[in-house]
Ligand binder design. Structure first.
Ligand code: PLP
Length: 388
């Protein structure tokens, strides 16, 4: 059994992918070729926003978004500690300070109440209100990067209400949620900028690295476009900003175009697979907590993550499944505030108890559009077969 079955997808559309690649080999425009523009137009329409800007990765999409807001030293950007390293890495890379916020134990997404506490702590420069990293002079709160973890959109109504009150921007890390929906609107459209990743294992993946920024704001789109092209001005050799080489490859765009044709159907297949899991795992014989989807949301189901009772229970279940040839994975075993890379922020164990608890109990089951009901039934059976 595969954790994510990219081969099953490729078998369906191999010829179309090859035709798209052939077209690129024929026209030879490997950098910023017509496929990049075609993909940007199609995905902007799909998401329902004005601008889509292809990037070299999801990480670059986040980085370029922060650059468009001119983020740098002295700036505070709030994000969750229970996410992939990229989300906070880009804040540090620009010299700004990531301010971590704990998560909601049901959705695994940023807890809006704790976000508000963290903002108040920064605004009043008072770390007795919420754990803050050390800083010599007061930090200036600039924006939030909420993450749609495992494909489930964060609580944007609450987050946007808070950010409006405090004058902060929202960069949506939708690396895992592309294809999902929040109140009838596709993800990547809930913040000022939405960032998608096309890493192969993401819901819409290419055959290498890729990402995209989505926005309705002309000025932000203009800046992101410039920064991804070495800060270009009117033409390629007119450089008006310090930028990066952050373009999406034409070949990756070509592959994504072939894959996007079946993407809406694949999103539906993921919903069906998640629903089946819910039924099979619903009778609580194996005493795990299955994920719940927030009201009026559709998850893109990048991962199907469950909670064991404790770390030992998780270890038992994972090894039982492994013996039965069923792969599992842990996203994420260590929250970011406890990562060595962020030790300079001086956060300590106990600062974000919900994230720490989830990190010790969570694990993910195989999830992809081509997952068979009988395999899912077997997974549930294996977890219930022996009590650990
Ligand atoms: C994958 C991922 C990223 C980074 O995407 P890349 O394309 O791998 O750079 C950022 N944030 C989250 C939450 C992710 O899962």
């Amino acid at each position: 059994m595969n954790f994510i079955d990219l081969a099953a997808q490729q078998r369906r559309i191999r010829e179309k992918i090859e035709a798209r690649i052939q077209a690129v080999l024929s026209h030879g425009k490997y950098i910023m070729g017509p496929e990049v523009k075609e993909l940007e137009e199609r995905l902007a329409a799909y998401v329902g926003v004005k601008h889509a800007i292809g990037c070299a990765s999801g990480t670059d999409a986040l980085l370029l978004s922060l650059m468009a807001y001119n983020i740098g030293p002295g700036d505070a950007v709030f994000t969750t500690t229970f996410t992939f390293i990229s989300t906070a890495e880009v804040i540090s890379l620009l010299g700004a300070t990531p301010i971590f916020v704990d998560i909601d134990p049901v959705t695994f997404n940023m807890d809006p109440e704790k976000l508000e506490q963290a903002i108040m702590a920064i605004e009043t420069n008072d770390s007795s209100r919420y754990p803050l990293p050390p800083h010599d002079s007061p930090l200036s709160p600039k924006g939030i990067i909420p993450v749609d973890l495992f494909g489930l959109p964060a609580d944007y109504d609450a987050i946007n209400a808070i950010t409006q009150k405090h004058g902060l921007f929202v960069i949506q890390d939708a690396a895992q949620s592309f294809g999902g929906e929040y109140k009838g609107k596709k993800t990547c459209s809930q913040g000022n900028i939405g960032c998608a990743s096309f890493f192969p294992a993401k819901p819409l993946g290419c055959y290498g690295d890729g990402g995209m920024c989505f926005t309705n704001d002309d000025n932000l789109a203009h800046h992101i476009n410039s920064f991804r092209l070495h800060g270009k001005g009117d033409h390629k050799y007119d450089n008006v900003h310090i930028g990066i080489n952050g373009r999406l490859d034409t070949l990756q765009a070509a592959i994504l175009l072939a894959k996007f044709d079946i993407f809406p159907e694949e999103v539906k297949l993921r919903q069906e697979a998640a629903q089946r899991y819910g039924v099979f795992l619903g009778n609580d014989f194996c005493s795990i907590i299955a994920p719940r989807v927030s009201e009026n949301c559709t998850s893109a189901w990048a991962q199907y993550s469950v909670l064991a009772r404790n770390e030992k229970h998780r270890l038992g279940l994972q090894s039982q499944l492994k013996e039965a040839g069923i792969p599992t994975a842990i996203y994420y075993p260590k929250p970011l505030h406890l990562q060595t890379a962020f030790s300079y922020l001086n956060y300590k164990e106990g600062d974000f108890p919900v994230s720490e608890d989830c990190a010790s109990r969570i694990f993910s089951l195989p999830m992809h559009p081509y997952l068979k009901a009988e395999d899912q039934e077997r997974i549930a059976r294996e977890m219930g077969s022996r009590h650990v």
